[in-house]
Design a protein around this ligand. Structure first.
Ligand code: PLP
Length: 461
């Protein structure tokens, strides 16, 4: 750390935090005696806390966000310059960075052409739900309004996105939920729901979606929202054959395919978007976290020209356009930071690095699995990896959540921040998550997995 805060300043900050901050996703009782973690500074892939302790950040800001790493002066400078020129104007008008980032983004997304700006992943997903609902009203007399979502997927924190949330523990106590959201089964082969494997399993898991569509009535289902690789639900990479079949089903029943790229978006899996690993042709794509690596808040809903056109086909009808706004969707800091973020990913070849470092991470985790039988399954795509911990490999009984959290805490004590599924799935919060910045070096990857190996040794013997 550069020492800009002295010990008195930092004690004051800790006390102010303790007295006034309501942290996200955490029980506060322990802070009555212990200190909350405060991150003071970041550089590259490392962060420093209030005690000056250095950590390697294996989770890109905790939730898959800081893809290009901390301390990027070029992003800060670009945002500063833009803020002085024009910080904001509401989205019914355009802005220079808004138009220029949209143009760059669309070049990376063949088949899609329109960008709708807002400011969080949840909000972008809500916009997609609203579009699907409005299309149902415009084209199908309101009937084709149901939206399918998948067990174990997460799409956000608002009531409507929780209604499309496949994580029962995350949803518990926040109901009642919005009607019209229908669950389909997950596709995690390790927790198989059918006695099949590989491509057969993938096709069967997708067929399960068709079964739900048929039982609901195809004329009532307007859209399906899926993560390309499920993130907080346990890093679920799709089985072979799954996505081809999903695409066929969507076409067969005229169902809009909405891909939630909030985690995979912009490089996390080694391609610009997760769906591009699987040959998917979405109608709508939402993204947020990695779009500007957390240097400014930005989220985008990107659609095909066909979806866009359906909102302008009858200008005489005063209700016939997307009557939606997002105040902070008009902030120029987001697209300005996003332009620079994309340039960095390109100029520094970070997609290639992600593929290489992701392979190294999986190899290291596989080696750990040879030594530690508590690792039941290793999975991932690019720098988006998970290790599921089990008490017994043959029964696959999930490891005790407290012990999974103990691994996370022990790694942090060693100066390595990793994640784990958390209050998501009843009895199945047992997957360790690894998602360092896309700039990670071989040494960084090895340091992360070495720390995990030490923790597993200490906790499980
Ligand atoms: C797949 C996915 N979709 C949507 C969201 C919601 O994004 P936000 O927290 O920006 O609202 C998240 C957040 O973790 C996510 O993981």
């Amino acid at each position: 750390m550069d020492g800009t805060l002295n010990q008195n300043d930092i004690s004051h900050v800790v006390e102010a935090d303790r007295a006034h901050i309501w942290h996200h996703l955490i029980q506060h009782k322990p802070f009555e005696t212990g200190e909350p973690r405060i991150i003071v500074e970041g550089k590259g892939i490392r962060v420093w806390d209030q005690n000056g302790k250095e950590h390697i950040d294996g989770v890109s800001g905790g939730v898959w966000t800081v893809n290009v790493g901390y301390g990027r002066e070029s992003i800060a400078n670009a945002v500063r310059d833009q803020l002085l020129k024009l910080n904001y104007f509401a989205g019914a008008a355009g802005t220079v960075p808004g138009a220029l980032f949209a143009e760059k983004l669309i070049k990376k997304m063949p088949g899609l052409s329109r960008v709708y700006y807002c400011n969080s992943g949840s909000e972008a997903n809500e916009k997609a739900f609203k579009m699907i609902r409005q299309i149902a009203h415009k084209k199908y007399g309101g009937k084709k309004n149901k939206i399918l979502y998948r067990d174990r997927d997460y799409h956000g924190t608002t009531i409507a996105t929780l209604s499309a949330g496949g994580q029962d523990e995350r949803n518990a106590q926040y109901g009642p939920f919005t009607p019209g959201f229908i669950r389909v089964p997950h596709c995690l082969e390790y927790r198989a729901q059918w006695d099949l494997s590989g491509e057969e399993y993938g096709k069967r898991a997708a067929d399960a979606i068709e079964e739900v569509i048929i039982s609901e009535g195809p004329d009532t289902v307007g859209g399906i929202c899926l993560e390309p690789v499920t993130a907080g639900g346990g890093v679920i990479t799709p089985p072979e054959g799954y996505w081809d079949r999903v695409q066929e089903i969507c076409q067969k029943y005229d169902i809009l395919l909405h891909i939630d790229e909030v985690v995979c978006g912009l490089g996390r899996t080694g391609t610009w978007f997760g769906y591009q690993n699987y040959g998917i042709k979405p109608d709508m794509v939402t993204m947020a976290k990695g779009v500007a690596s957390g240097y400014a808040a930005i989220a985008c809903l990107v659609t095909t020209e066909e979806v866009f056109d359906s909102f302008k086909d009858n200008p005489d009808d005063k209700m016939n356009y997307f009557r939606d706004i997002s105040t902070f969707g008009g902030c120029t800091a987001g697209p300005t930071a996003a332009i620079e973020n994309m340039r960095i990913i390109e100029d520094e070849n970070l997609l290639d690095n992600t593929v290489k470092m992701g392979a190294r991470m999986i190899e290291n985790l596989d080696q750990l699995a040879e030594k530690h039988s508590v690792i039941g399954d290793v999975r991932g795509a690019g720098l988006f990896c998970g290790a599921e911990l089990v008490k017994d490999r043959s029964t696959k009984e999930p490891e005790d959540e407290k012990l999974v959290q103990a691994v996370v805490a022990d790694c942090a004590a060693q100066g390595v921040l990793i994640g784990a599924t958390n209050r998501s799935l009843p009895g199945l919060n047992n997957t360790l998550c690894f998602s360092p910045a896309l700039i990670a070096t071989p040494d960084d990857i090895d340091q992360i997995t070495e720390a995990v190996g030490k923790s597993l040794g200490k906790i499980f013997g």
